[in-house]
Design a protein around this ligand. Sequence first.
Ligand SMILES: Nc1ncnc2c1ncn2[C@@H]1O[C@H](COP(=O)(O)OP(=O)(O)O)[C@@H](O)[C@H]1O
Ligand SMILES: [Mg+2]
Length: 353
Amino acid sequence: MPSSSVRVGVVFGGASGEHAVSIRSASTVITALRSAANRERFEVTPFYIDLEGRWWPEAVAEAVLASGQAAENSDLPDPLPPQGFGGLPSGAASIEVWYPVLHGPNGEDGTVQGLFTLMGKPFVGAGVLGSALGMDKLAMKAAFAAAGLAQVPYVGLNAEQLTKPEERSKLLERIETELGYPCFVKPANLGSSVGISKARTRQELNEGLDLAAELDQRIVVEKGVKARELECAVIGVKTLEASVVGEIRFDADWYDYTTKYSDGLSHTLIPAPIASHHSDQVRQMALAACRALCVSGMARVDFFYDDHQDRLWINEINTLPGFTSLSMYPMLWNASGLPLETLVARLVENARE
Ligand SMILES: Nc1ncnc2c1ncn2[C@@H]1O[C@H](COP(=O)(O)OP(=O)(O)O)[C@@H](O)[C@H]1O
Ligand SMILES: [Mg+2]
């Protein structure tokens, strides 16, 4: 390895429901950073965070990457340290740039970004504030509203309120009046459609609220719209750039967990078959969304587009979007002239800016 190469620490896994996706994303990122085009420039060390939040050095990380499966406690060296972050594993001190490939809570939400910030080390992707705002759907929506970005009507609530019968029935009435059916009930801090329900009746609304309340203190209920789903990728630090726009098509009623992660149940259209003024509008809104949330580095911004009413709403931002070779973020950049190998190199270089 030439001495001029940059030592990059890729952190993956994580105490999150999206652990398995993170392993797949990390494989893609690491393979691209070690490709012939990048081999001379980067020296990659992987680090693995197990499902209980412990950090593991390269040997464990490589074994997890090779198996493609989350490590069970029995796969890990004995004796197991206590759960949670117990300090950096060996090999971490010499890392020059950190590359978190963690989806969901405990990684995409500003926590790991806070650790890197305290260490004074550059890292790929959004900082603490942007990551935290992007993870929490209620905080995200408040910031979008403050920036004047169009989004579907919603009601935010706290699980605590649902335990008080009077408050609960007031909330149900408010949701029915302001949003109507169908509506979508979402825990504020999960991803991959986990814990989301589509409610068509009061009974389904009650069930959806109870499910969301089991998973999160903060809950969002949104008016359901019949819309196409568009996505746009953003990269950059001081100057942000937006990619071509893509569309996700699927046969299911909505883009739930099974549809997202089963082969053949969804497909992507890149570029999205929409008028060029619409894709310009999506790109502008994607950049505005990043500015509104203090997000830089990397983001995928998702939209709803009702082509009958010709209306566009911002849905959400993902600051550490899925990064398998079939994920929208790398595919959108590939179609925009940045192949995977160039993309990961650019992300690392941007972090050092
Ligand atoms: N207000 C809505 N109207 C119609 N469909 C929705 C609405 N909210 C969510 N959905 C459907 O649920 C999916 C997941 O919702 P989303 O808010 O993107 O959560 P996640 O962060 O888990 O991806 C969307 O891709 C869409 O198919
Ligand atoms: Mg989504």
